[in-house]
Structure formats: structure tokens, C-alpha cells
Unconditional design. Structure first.
Length: 346
């Protein structure tokens, strides 16, 4: 369904609801969002522009999206897509090998099918959208006329959702020591595949950035809790505490550790002056956010992020951070997210 039709239906429903108000002369502003439908893109495809590009019109306002195309299939900034693959790639499963084997080109194509897809629980309704690859301040857009950005829509790529929820390997067997699903484990149904036939069950893989094997965020949290508990137990024993006291210290240390998030930070600038920042959790484990301790999700659909707190801006910059890092502190989570529906205040 076209996004403008969806917006119109929303406006009509709003008018119907408000018709019950005492004053029936309330005017409903027609939302004019930048939705990237002005960008030429084939069906179920993606495109990495070779230079920054503009989107919008005199009604929606106009923004310039930054992009750096590296010429080798990688990029930073914003690419265009309308792909919506939401399952593990069949070709990367050892149970469904492709004809001719897995060449580097086939592996890249399979991974790209997930990187350039938005993850939604049902078929995506927004058609064209942006895929951001975050590096430095490359994932940014500038406004032709400084104003307030009322909100944007953000979502996980399928690549991020799958890795954060399941890890690089998905089967029916989880190794408690590594918190990774085993490639030789029980066969399972590929996620979001309607066909329930057991002949379509398998073990599924999806390499992380650089070909690394990742575990799910919940698994990384469990390993960190175990490490904290073990450290507290050993420290207590070295201090001459009883085993019961050491176990109590271990339990307390494990419970006190909160870990597991992927956070999108949106910063505003008016000229060279920073105007503020807004955070949104693209994935979060319980107790990570003190203000919302029950939050526990990997974002599985488009979400509206209110950016009015940034005030009047001429430039908006996006960055990502995560608790899932390597030994040097480098983020292991892929640096991608999806963006759509930019609404500028008129």
C-alpha cells in the first residue's frame, strides 16, 4: 500500500474520531513527510548512490542525505532500498547448499539481502526507505531551510535483528557454555517462513561483519553475568569467606550486572552549534535503562522517534553504540539501521 494512502487513511480516521468533539471545526494538518518515493528504485532492490542526494519537495521540505560510496559494495552514510527479506538466507545453510557452491560473491549477495532489508513483523508497507551505515559522522542529513525535525521513523535491518536475536548460527541446540547455537544441532524452521514442512527445516548461518561469528545479545549478557558471578565467588574465597558466603556474593554480583543494548543517538546542529541529542534503543535487555527497567526487546518494526527536543536544526547526525564489543572495545554489532518518514515543521 502506498505510504501517501496510509497517511490519508490515518488522517480520515482522525477526522472521524474528532468529529465527536464539541467544536467540529478543528482542522487536521495533513502530514507531509519525506518518504523517498521521489527516488527511482526498482522493486525489491537497493542502490548505493555515488554522491549525496536530495529528497523531498516544497510541501515536505528538502533534505540532502550524505553518502560515501567506496566502490566495492561498501558505503557509509545512506543507501536506498525497498527490500524486506526477514529470514536467514537459505544459501548459507549447510542443509540447502547452492548449486556450484558458495563463492565469495554468493556469500556477499546473501549477506546483502539482510543488510539492505528492513525487519518488520509483517510485509513492509513503506516501500522506499534508507539504510544507514554508521561511520564517523557520515550518516547525516542537512536541511535546505533550518527548522524543527518533528520525528523520524527508524527500524532494524534484518541483518541486525537476526544477529541480535539469534546470532550467527541458528539451530535447535544451544551450547550453554558459549551461548551459541550449534551448527550441528537440531534442525529448525527458518524464521518467518510459512511452510511448516520438516523437509524445509535446517541449520542456518549468517556471518557478522568481517565474517566473525556473533552470539545473540541475551547470550552475551548471560556470559557477562556468569563472569561477574565467578569473579565475585573467587574473590570471596580468597578473602576467607565460606562457600555459602561466596555463593551469595556470586549471585548478588550476577544479578547486579546489567548489559545488552544497541542504542541509536541522534544529534542536532544549527550551523556549527550543537542543539542537543536524542537516544532510542534499537535493542535492550532488562534493567539496562534505569528509567525503563522492564524494557526487553530487539526492535521488530518501524518506530517513531520524536526529535523536537533538538530544536531548530540545519543538520542531523546519527550514531550507534552497543554493549556487545570485542576485547578492544570495538562494537561487534553491525553498524546499520533503517530510516524513513522524516517530518519537518513547516
Amino acid at each position: 500500500m502506498n505510504k501517501n494512502i496510509i497517511i490519508m487513511l490515518f488522517a480520515i480516521c482522525s477526522i472521524a474520531l474528532l468529529s465527536c468533539e464539541k467544536d467540529n471545526k478543528i482542522l487536521i494538518p495533513y502530514p507531509e513527510d519525506i518518504t523517498f518515493e521521489d527516488q527511482s528504485l526498482g522493486t525489491f532492490t537497493f542502490n548505493i548512490p555515488t554522491a549525496p542526494f536530495k529528497s523531498g519537495n516544497e510541501k515536505t521540505g528538502v533534505v540532502t542525505l550524505n553518502v560515501k560510496n567506496n566502490g566495492d559494495g561498501t558505503f557509509s552514510g545512506f543507501a536506498l532500498s525497498n527490500k524486506n527479506w526477514r529470514s536467514f538466507p537459505w544459501s548459507l545453510s549447510p542443509d540447502f547448499p547452492p548449486a556450484g557452491g558458495l563463492t565469495p560473491a554468493k556469500i556477499k549477495s546473501a549477506v546483502d539481502s539482510c543488510i539492505f532489508s528492513v525487519y518488520t513483523t509483517t510485509t513492509n508497507q513503506t516501500n522506499n526507505f534508507l539504510v544507514a551505515s554508521v561511520k564517523d559522522e557520515d550518516a547525516s542529513f542537512t536541511l535546505d531551510k533550518p527548522t524543527v525535525v518533528e520525528h523520524v521513523l527508524v527500524a532494524n535491518t534484518s541483518y541486525n535483528y537476526l544477529l541480535e536475536t539469534y546470532g550467527s548460527v541458528y539451530s535447535g541446540t544451544l551450547d550453554a557454555n558459549t551461548q551459541a547455537y550449534t551448527i550441528g544441532g537440531t534442525k529448525v524452521k527458518n524464521i518467518n517462513i510459512a511452510n511448516p514442512a520438516t523437509t524445509m527445516y535446517g541449520r542456518f548461518t549468517l556471518p557478522g561483519p568481517g565474517g566473525q561469528n556473533l552470539i545473540r545479545l541475551a547470550g552475551d549478557e548471560l556470559l557477562a553475568k556468569k563472569a561477574a558471578g565467578d569473579a565475585a565467588y573467587n574473590a570471596a574465597i580468597q578473602q576467607g569467606k565460606t562457600q555459602a558466603e561466596a555463593q551469595a556474593a556470586s549471585t548478588a554480583a550476577s544479578a547486579a550486572l546489567s548489559k545488552g543494548f544497541v542504542k541509536l543517538t541522534v544529534k542536532g546542529y544549527n550551523g556549527t552549534t550543537a542543539t542537543g541529542s536524542v537516544d532510542y534503543w534499537l535493542a535492550i535487555r532488562p534493567n539496562v535503562d534505569p528509567a525503563n527497567p522492564t524494557f526487553n526487546y530487539v526492535a521488530f518494526n518501524w518506530s517513531k522517534v520524536d526529535l523536537t527536543a533538538l530544536g531548530t536544526v540545519s543538520r542531523v547526525v546519527f550514531s550507534l553504540s552497543s554493549s556487545y564489543t570485542d576485547g578492544t572495545g570495538k562494537m561487534l554489532i553491525p553498524p546499520y539501521f533503517c530510516l524513513d518518514g522524516i517530518r519537518l515543521r513547516k
